[in-house]
Design a protein around this ligand. Structure first.
Ligand code: C2O
Length: 588
């Protein structure tokens, strides 16, 4: 079995996020490295087995620009309560030049053509329209892929002034990730659709119109996007149809060593390939899927991402699937020899690759899967609910439809795929059975029994740091919600400050003091956080926070009765500082 080195290789940097992050660089998410330490930066003694320090102290709130943890009664951590004044993020027609990196490939201007008339409000398609079934690339066959190729060719042949052209469709994505689109009433703020709860709904709306434009150009009202299903073994690699240099689906700016039949690594790290056979890599990928879709995604905010409202700092925190495999597959696909891993590896350019749309079709399919069909730890099938927060539901985007009309579409509009007249049919989800194995013997008790560990927060992760974090009191653990909301025990990593001039990645292990013995895909590796490179922002920091679901991991480790959890934070790449840790119960 692979050990520490391949474990390190398991980690992923998110070069794909580089340019979206630029939008954030402008104001609030970046502070000088010499940011004032949190006000509780006294040396903290964490006592593993007494009740003296009930929750690991962190400098929450004051150490982070991330939305503060608020509480529902005594249940801490559910931070998407409706605020008094509603603050949805409403996209304005105003679009300015976004921030692309100095070494970006042209075009540099991402704003779509301005509309001569006011945007119209979205209306649902006629319920009598044929239901489009988005099927998997490896299932639909060559003829169908030739149809998608024809659609892309037709879009590429439209004049660039046409918002439905392939050129402008790619730019739409660029505009929404580089801070080009402004927020209504806040011309000082851009709309960033990554790293927050806008991620899934924005991309759904974007694909909806892309698909309808393709169908219209093909003259085939039933046309549905093919899906790149990298989560099932048959789809774990770039599909052949995209690798034919003569095809309109080909993009020369991809990583050449990842051309078919290379098996994808859903947890790709730019520092190298894992030393695994194809069969081992497939198993590892399935375990990554399990962690991101099942055990790690038990609550809406853990899956969909953190709340992001008008006026908030950008990028409060992505959901599990946005981190991986979404970002990792972007990075894996783009040309790793380019500083920004274009095309797929950088958001400003990702839409230029025709593979982007089948990739996002799979992301969208996983949202449907999460809502409909996840099997719980006890074997029961579980549906998950979306947010009901009006700030989420009322957030809106401006996109061009198949008639080249500018349409305002809200998050509320995209929650029912059936009403949008598409479906994914029945797709196998082999990762449901890929619950990661535990690694025996990696958490030896400290010699001499009871031991104090002193950790001063904020702590710089120059080396791995192990902390005993106390769990909430038993009474709180057992407390049942009257409303039968989903509950989860969550490790909150607050006040993350990462070097803005680099890709930064660290991993989170649970009950694994000897974390380097945990093999790739091991249960104890409970999460990863990574922040982005911000070219030109050296000496600044990115501030964010992270949440890791613990319930099922602790159950598998036989640690449900423990009073504390051993958390090991392992730096993998770049400089990062942590404001504090705590364990809370979240209820959503
Ligand atoms: Cu908006 Cu896959 O990125």
């Amino acid at each position: 079995m692979a050990t520490s080195s391949s474990n390190v290789a398991l980690l992923t940097t998110l070069r794909v996020l580089t340019f979206c992050a630029l939008a954030a660089a402008a104001t609030t998410t970046l502070l000088p490295l010499a940011v004032s330490p949190c006000s509780h930066s006294l040396s903290r003694t964490i006592l593993a087995a007494t009740g003296l320090d009930p929750f690991l102290l962190s400098c929450t709130g004051d150490a982070s620009d991330a939305p503060p943890l608020s509480s529902h009664g005594d249940v801490d951590g559910a931070n998407h309560k409706t605020s008094k004044a509603s603050r949805p993020i409403v996209t304005d027609q105003l679009c300015v030049k976004g921030e692309v990196p100095p070494d970006a490939l042209p075009p540099f201007q991402c704003c779509p053509p301005a509309s001569a008339s006011e945007p119209i409000n979205f209306t649902f398609p006629d319920p009598g329209e044929p239901l489009r079934t988005r099927r998997l690339v490896h299932v639909v066959g060559d003829e169908y892929m030739a149809k998608y190729a024809r659609a892309v060719a037709l879009m590429k042949s439209l004049p660039v002034s046409d918002p439905r052209s392939f050129y402008q469709q790619a730019n739409v994505h660029c505009a929404y990730c580089t801070g080009a689109h402004r927020q209504a009433g806040r011309p000082d703020l851009g709309v960033q659709i990554h790293f927050s709860w806008l991620f899934f709904p924005f991309h759904r709306a974007y694909l909806y119109f892309f698909e309808r434009i393709a169908a219209k150009l093909l003259g085939d009202p039933g046309f549905a996007l093919p899906i790149w299903s990298w989560d099932v073994p048959e789809g774990m690699g770039i599909p052949e149809a995209f690798a034919d240099v003569a095809s309109p689906l080909y993009d020369p700016i991809r990583e050449p060593s990842h051309a078919p039949p290379k098996v994808a690594d859903l947890d790709f790290f730019l520092q190298g390939e894992k030393n695994l056979t194809d069969q081992q890599l497939i198993l590892h990928n399935l375990r990554v899927m399990y962690r991101q879709m099942v055990s790690g995604a038990t609550l809406p905010s853990l899956f969909l991402g953190q709340p992001y409202r008008a006026g908030d700092p950008e990028m409060p925190g992505p959901g599990t699937v946005e981190w991986a495999p979404h970002n990792t597959m972007h990075t894996w696909t783009g040309d790793n020899s380019r500083p920004n891993a274009e095309n797929m590896g950088a958001y400003y350019s990702a839409g230029r690759d025709p593979l982007f749309y089948p990739h996002h079709g799979n992301i969208d399919r996983l949202w449907e899967t999460w809502r409909n069909d996840i099997v719980g730890p006890d074997g029961s099938r579980r549906r998950h609910a979306d947010f009901t927060d009006p700030d989420w539901l009322d957030s809106s985007f401006l996109l061009y439809d198949e008639e080249a009309r500018l349409v305002r579409i809200t998050v509320r509009d995209v929650l029912d795929a059936d009403k949008l007249r598409y479906t994914y049919g029945d797709v196998a989800v082999p990762w449901l059975a890929a619950r990661p194995p535990i690694t025996p013997g990696v958490n030896p008790k400290p010699k001499g029994g009871l031991r104090l560990e002193s950790v001063r927060f904020p702590v710089s992760l120059d080396a791995a740091v192990t902390v005993e974090v106390r769990r909430p009191p038993r009474a709180q653990q057992l407390r049942r919600s009257l409303e039968e909301k989903a509950r989860e025990e969550v490790l909150v990593i607050q006040g993350i400050e990462a070097d803005a001039g680099d890709f930064v990645r660290s991993d989170v292990y649970v009950n694994a003091r000897e974390y380097y013995k945990v093999p790739v895909g091991g249960r104890e590796m409970a999460g990863t956080f990574a922040t982005l490179k911000h070219p030109g922002k050296e000496g600044m920091v990115v501030r964010t926070s992270m949440r890791v679901a613990l319930s099922e991991v602790l159950e598998d480790l036989g640690a449900q009765g423990d009073e504390s959890v051993t958390v090991t934070l392992v730096p993998v790449r770049g400089k990062v500082r942590i404001g504090g840790l705590k364990i809370v119960y979240m209820e959503e």
